[in-house]
Design a protein around this ligand. Structure first.
Ligand code: DGT
Length: 228
């Protein structure tokens, strides 16, 4: 691992006690996993993939499947667990100078919970309980973020990719859901209608593999320069 960052001035050393934190955001199927895989090759980066496997097996319960099969009954349970497992990533200590997280407590709230609240699959009272937890976490944990990478696709592209990968839980997710989740990312990251914790770097994630690699390396250059 490159430890040059330990040789910096005392002030920078102090700043580097907290890693430069990047969250990767975008619709379901927008290519977050490919983006994270690209960054796995760099020793300075601690890559934290979304804990989907935990959501598929919480002490034997597949909460992701329950949420998609019966949203009215399971949305609150599912989102509570998402909030906990993502919070564990936000607060996870790392010896690496850069931490790269797939999604965040912010997108869980402003995109997914918001979509559920608007379509009535979660009660406003339940949302307010989650908001109290969120507020407490912000006051008592370090949830700072330095950069948001937004992998922007059209809802149609994301939907086609979801169909192609054929995850059993997602079999009946309609295109309208992708449109809702897309619109909420735009409201959050571009129109700034909800709390946006860091500057946003937009990547055209509709590009095919060769085009997107060029975008990734530009993004890598920006991340490595900014954390200096
Ligand atoms: P990628 O690599 O961009 O294709 O990413 P995915 O699709 O593997 O990962 P992602 O974050 O879109 O999530 C996997 C599944 O979990 C997907 O069905 C959407 C769902 N999901 C993720 N976060 C939340 C959340 O906070 N609430 C809800 N309702 N669903 C979520």
């Amino acid at each position: 691992m490159n430890t040059d960052y330990l040789k910096r001035s005392p002030l920078k050393q102090f700043a580097s006690l907290r890693p430069y934190t990047v969250i990767v955001e975008g619709n379901i199927g927008c290519g977050k996993t490919t983006f994270l895989n690209y960054f796995q090759q760099f020793d300075d980066v601690n890559v934290l993939a979304e804990p989907v496997n935990k959501w598929r097996n919480c002490n034997g319960y597949n909460l992701l499947d329950k949420m998609y099969s019966d949203p009215k009954k399971w949305s609150f349970t599912f989102q509570s667990y998402v909030q906990l497992t993502i919070l564990q990533h936000h607060t996870m200590k790392t010896g690496h100078p850069i931490k790269l997280m797939e999604r965040s407590i912010y997108s869980a709230r402003h995109c997914f919970v918001e979509q559920m609240a608007r379509n009535g699959s979660i009660e406003r009272a339940s949302v307010s309980v989650m908001d109290e937890w969120f507020k407490w976490a912000k006051e008592n944990c370090d949830l700072s973020v330095d950069l948001i990478v937004y992998l922007k696709t059209t809802p149609e592209t994301a939907y086609q990719r979801m169909l192609a990968r054929n995850r059993p839980e997602e079999q009946y997710v309609p295109l309208e859901y992708f449109q809702d989740i897309h619109n909420l990312h735009e409201e959050w990251l571009l129109q700034k209608r909800f709390e946006c914790p860091a500057p946003v770097l937009i990547i055209d994630a509709n590009l095919d593999k060769s085009g997107i690699m060029e975008e990734y390396s530009k993004c890598k250059a920006q991340i490595f320069t900014e954390r200096e």
